[in-house]
Design a protein around this ligand. Structure first.
Ligand code: URA
Length: 284
């Protein structure tokens, strides 16, 4: 190799490393693990460590923005029909079926949560998404806006989605419960049992290539297990023939930012599997 070729090669490696650092920074990873040939793992804090984690500011601002923005839309079940939502990128049969399901759920009072909600939080995104995320239950912001993951945890989820080269509108996002439990308490087993058929129907309509369960409730519900998320995460399981990655819930990550690196590892596996399945390289 000539000196010029070596220079070019090094420049291209540097470019790739820079892009990767940018992505990891965007995701909130501020530490890079460097493997050495002598098998010593050196934990190096990059310059990014000194900076504020880039997702902190949007989280806080995002919450403020949403609170301001929601006042106009907080009347009971006042969200637009699914087909009018800008986040639904593709029309067709899937939309029709989701719309029918949504209408069914609008009049659902199988449990007491239906009476207390401001809005039904049905789900949002591409009805033909290849990747579908499943969370736990709507919180206050979601109840006010009628859309899943729009609060602080939602801001983080959006960053996670973008970190694997997708946009929020590319994927589909739903929860185990469609109505907010009062005071953001954990879903009760009977609420999960009553609401679960709606989630299963959503998955059946969307037919994602890959599922991602965010946190304990989604993982345990879809995998019919009582195993804790810590032991389930990091690998693909099977949900009726669909590979399902289990990872930590974004709200957990807000309280335990050190575990963001684990979620990044999980999401890289999701990204790689999606690339493999679609034959389309989602990597940078
Ligand atoms: N947490 C969830 O599990 N779902 C939401 O929609 C918001 C927060």
């Amino acid at each position: 190799m000539s000196a010029d070729e070596i220079k070019k090669e090094l420049a291209s490696i540097l470019r790739a490393v820079r892009i990767r650092i940018e992505i990891e920074k965007g995701f909130g990873i501020d530490t890079i693990t460097v493997s050495r040939p002598n098998k010593l793992n050196v934990q190096r804090s990059s310059n990014l460590l000194a900076e504020k984690q880039s997702m902190k500011t949007p989280d806080i601002d995002g919450r403020k923005r949403q609170t301001e923005g929601t006042n106009k839309r907080s009347s009971k079940d006042a969200t637009k029909p699914l087909s009018d939502q800008t986040s639904v990128t593709e029309k067709g049969e899937g939309v029709q079926m989701l719309e029918t399901l949504r209408n069914e759920m609008l009049v659902c009072h199988k449990c007491s949560l239906g009476k207390a909600r401001t809005n039904l939080v049905f789900g949002v995104g591409n009805p033909r998404a290849t990747l579908m995320f499943v969370g736990e239950a709507p919180g206050r912001d979601e109840d006010l806006q009628g859309e899943p993951f729009v609060g602080r945890a939602g801001q983080l989820l959006t960053k996670i989605i973008e970190a694997i080269g997708l946009k929020r509108n590319d994927v589909y996002i739903a929860n185990v419960l469609k109505c907010r439990p009062p005071g953001n308490r954990a879903p009760l087993p009977e609420e999960i049992v009553l609401c679960m058929p709606y989630l299963l129907k959503q998955i059946e309509i969307i037919q994602p290539k890959v599922l991602c369960a965010l946190g304990t409730f989604a993982a345990q519900t879809l995998l019919s297990t009582k195993a804790p998320v810590g032991t389930l995460r990091g690998r693909f399981h099977d949900y009726k023939g669909i590979p399902i990655m289990v990872t930590f819930h974004p709200a957990y990550l807000l309280r335990n930012p050190n575990d963001k690196a684990k979620v990044w590892e999980d999401m890289k596996k999701v990204r790689d599997l999606l690339s493999e399945l679609s034959g389309k390289d989602l990597k940078i």
